[in-house]
Write a protein that binds this ligand. Structure first.
Ligand code: FE
Length: 132
């Protein structure tokens, strides 16, 4: 198990842009079709914007039509955490960074094969790292 990162909100606030902070530390959601990665097709790894942990591979990214970057699997199940989220009158599964607890987005079961899963992730929670 990887060591967890714990920081005060004030420290995260210093390191992140206001939007990154709102999404990852206050469970915010960027507006659909506005983030930098929903229509981005680079080859590489998407890392946590907060702690740099490897979360998703571009090879598992697909066009969901949702307006948010969507993946059918994380790089490794141990890199993320899933929580029940009953906010806004819906029951959803929240997806978080396993290392630093950053809110990333939500998990739905309407994804493509082979997993049938859709990890619907905010661009603001990710930092793309091009494959060398
Ligand atoms: Fe993280």
């Amino acid at each position: 198990m990887e060591e967890k990162i714990k920081k005060e909100d004030a420290d995260w606030k210093k390191e992140l842009t206001p939007e990154e902070y709102h999404v990852t530390r206050e469970k915010g959601t960027e507006r659909a079709f506005t983030g930098k990665y929903w229509d981005f097709h680079g080859d590489g790894i998407y890392r946590c914007v907060c702690c740099g942990s490897e979360l998703f591979d571009s090879e598992t990214k697909y066009e969901s039509g949702s307006g948010w970057p969507s993946f059918f699997t994380p790089v490794d199940g141990s890199k993320i955490e899933e929580d029940r989220d009953a906010s806004f009158g819906m029951v959803r599964t929240e997806v978080k960074c396993g290392k630093c607890g950053a809110h990333l987005g939500h998990l739905f079961d309407d994804g493509p094969k082979p997993t049938g899963l859709r990890y619907c992730i905010n661009s603001a929670a990710l930092k793309f790292d091009e494959r060398k």
